[in-house]
Write a protein that binds this ligand. Structure first.
Ligand SMILES: [Zn+2]
Length: 298
């Protein structure tokens, strides 16, 4: 098997579990209130965050059309409102495919300036151009929304998980949705064509750690079922350390003249315990391949 088909096969295998019904059964009730009318919706794909009051309805990320519809119905029932803003943390399909379902119910869709183009390029590669609904309002470095008694601050730290990651802070609730900057105790999806850089990703996690406090509650795009999709700022450093360990493992392998196949044939990164094995089976090999390419091994 040549390297390209090896990469494509493992990519397809890795994305499959995100679509499987198994992920629907994590929680019977996908809605969970966190603090001060800010909560989350698990469903399927990247975790949705929300602020739901009689005065404001903000949604962060859109998952897929079926779960987006379920999320919309629940939030509408809770507030009686249409959505003031849907914010996409980044362009990946499991965060934007549901834009189509939210679109008739939202006044605007907000994303970082780079997101519509990244979304278009990815859709072209996947043959899903017709299904795309794009952000109609973009920002470069930051944006603030007044939302009833809440203030929503949206920032961009530079390329990390993708080339257009938004971080959303519900200031009064002190809840931050970090999108896919954290795969909680999972290897993470390193999307080089989508603008990922593991160095930028680690820097973003360090900056987040410095910016917020031990009182801040974080919502993560994905989480190992055992650890969940929320956490504190210490969890940001677990993700950062894992990325660093991954880079070290691959860099040492490249120096030792190992092939990408040899390096990818492992079930753990040295120094990182077995909880990284609980995620989908191809996640780690795919992350190793991406870093191999990033570090110039391919
Ligand atoms: Zn993602």
């Amino acid at each position: 098997m040549n390297r390209r088909s090896f990469l494509q096969q493992t990519l397809a295998a890795a994305l499959l579990p995100l679509l499987s019904p198994k992920h629907l059964s994590w929680q019977e009730n996908p809605f969970r209130l966190l603090r001060r009318n800010v909560g989350l919706f698990t469903g399927r794909g990247g975790t949705i965050g929300w602020l739901a009051t009689a005065d404001a309805l903000i949604v962060v990320d859109a998952q897929f059309p079926d779960t987006a519809t379920q999320c919309w119905e629940g939030l509408h029932e809770r507030t009686g409102r249409t959505i003031d803003a849907l914010i996409n943390t980044h362009h990946h399909r499991d965060h934007t495919a549901g834009n189509a379902a939210f679109k008739p119910h939202t006044r605007q869709i907000i994303a970082h300036h780079n997101v519509p183009e990244l979304q278009r390029e990815a859709a072209q590669r996947q043959g899903t151009l017709e299904a795309q609904v794009y952000a109609d309002r973009t920002f470069d470095t930051s944006l603030t929304l007044e939302a009833g008694d809440e203030r929503v601050h949206v920032v961009y730290y530079g390329p990390a998980h993708t080339g257009g990651d938004a971080i959303i802070h519900f200031e009064n609730a002190n809840v931050v949705h970090v999108g896919d900057l954290v795969f909680n105790r999972m290897p993470g999806f390193i999307d080089l064509p989508g603008g990922a850089t593991t160095e930028g990703w680690m820097a973003a996690l360090e900056r987040l750690y410095q910016t917020y406090t031990d009182e801040t509650l974080f919502i993560f795009g994905h989480g190992n079922p055992k650890y969940g999709v929320t956490g504190g700022r210490a969890d940001l450093l677990v993700m950062r350390d894992f990325l660093e360990g991954l880079r070290r493992y691959v860099a040492e392998g490249i120096r030792a003249g190992k092939s990408v196949e040899a390096l990818a044939a492992t079930d753990r990164i040295p120094g990182f315990p077995e909880h990284y094995l609980d995620s989908w089976p191809q996640a780690l090999p795919m992350a190793i391949q991406a870093v191999y390419q990033e570090l110039g091994g391919l």
